[in-house]
Write a protein that binds this ligand. Sequence first.
Ligand code: NAD
Length: 569
Amino acid sequence: MASLGFRPEIDPDTGESYLAVEQRGVDLLKNPLLNKGTAFSESERDDFGLWGLLPAHVSSIDEQVDRFMEQYSLKTTDLGRNIELNGLLDANETLFYRVVSENLEALVPIIYTPTVAAACARWSRIFRRSRGIYITPRDRGRMVDVLRSRPKWPRPVIVVTDNERILGIGDQGAGGMGIPIGKLALYAAAAGIHPARLVPISLDVGTENEELLDDPLYLGWRQRRLRGDEYDAFIAEFVDAVKEAYPGALLQWEDFANLTSFKNLETYRHDVLSFNDDIQGTAAMVVAGLLAATRHIGGKLTDHRVVVVGAGSAGIGIRDQVAAAMVAEGADPDVAAGRIFVLDSRGLIVEGRPDLSAAKQRLAVPTAAITNWQISDHPIGLSDVVRNARASVLIGVSGVAGIFNQEIVARMARYVDRPIIMPLSNPTTHAEVTPENALAWTGGRAVVATGSPFPAVTHRDRTHHIGQANNVFVFPGMGLGALAVGAGEVTERMFLAAARALAGTVGDEMLSTGRIVPPITEAPEASLVVARAVAEQAVRDGVAEPSEDLEAQIHAAHWTPEYLPYRPA
Ligand code: NAD
């Protein structure tokens, strides 16, 4: 593997941390991992041959942040802002993460959802500089060499997509690369994973997106998607290559289509340290919100009847983790299964429904749970489910805007004092109900968390803050915790531990304003809490060695965006 060109050192005499750096002059200025731009000190300008290549004044990083934000303020569209931020990422990573860390609330929606969707859709047109690794079917037989072409720290974090189901906008071909880049930026910004450890990968196995196939500027592999055995063999070679090129790496599967997402996760989860954020991260976020909400309104999770609308990656993951959380509270597994009702586009998934695939049969609520139901129609629709089940929790991961209508929401409020309503579908226009309507139709009693950011709602003189159930509270901390203890596997219990720890960060004061998940500005603190809980659980589950000093291990794996002094290697 090519050298990274630097190594962290500590001066034995002074105890000062510094980087021993191989590059010089223009090469150093062009390396985004090492470039400090106008912040190179005078002695560094001497040591690295930088005189004449920079203006005279030596800036502090704070001055650089101010200068960048002034330029950023000139951008008039969110896509323009996204391009500007990616330009900074490609020029100076330390400054990029400093800027993002200081402006999380404003910038996370620009570097990630919702703006990243527009960036993915226009990828081949806004492309400037390559980042990450693209692997195509032409690379079969040499994937391990392809992975080695970009030097990385040992045990990196990989976010990989095959681009087929990018957010809610479908197959984006090579443009899906925007997602691994955006998610990995959040690993660094929220959990302090060093940028040299981040590896975005696009498995560019072709696309069915006709617009892209016809676009003369399209940059991807201009073929129909690889399918069937050829696709499976491609993924198998990729996983083997990851194990060989990056032993101990953490692999996050991201935005695969429904069937492949489950298949890849199940096939490789015990083989390589890996998880799927759409399935498991989302579910942990929901369980965290539910645990915080039940603490606020009283009772236990097991007391609730949970209706999940949407049986895709998110819905299935949520169903499984809510059931696991109920069992962890002491519920019998059959009782838990009878308290969670999942609907797909054809209605309630119940035992004996004739069209159920093998995967969906596993989600089916037992017929015994609906014996006494009064049903107006078959298959059983949302209205019948909410009424008969006396739903107390309603979770939307269907992508269908407005499906939680007034009749359904108001009916919930008739049976339960504090209905918990989570319209999680993204982007904003796909939300199953707006927080404003959810509160209006329940007389202000609903406890609401959303997938996209929404402003606070004032109902009868009371202001309700709307928490955004953003997975950024889970996956960066999961990565930090798993890497810090060298976990060999990501277990389901590690996600439950993450959910519980996250719920614990939602204080009573926050709950009293209506929030059941923290504001995005608290993601860095929450990530450390999640990382600790995950690491402890990994040890309990026997997938990591017991640690003498867990805190020190997490601290050692954690990076902050500051310039270290450089000395010639
Ligand atoms: P997916 O395409 O895998 O699943 C969508 C499911 O909804 C499918 O099973 C489909 O059959 C079902 N559906 C469609 N119409 C329906 C209807 N009328 N009634 C009931 N079900 C219906 O997508 P996914 O990955 O599961 O994501 C679903 C949504 O959740 C997306 O909008 C996504 O943005 C959002 N999401 C939010 C978060 C979060 O807020 N943290 C995380 C992940 C996903």
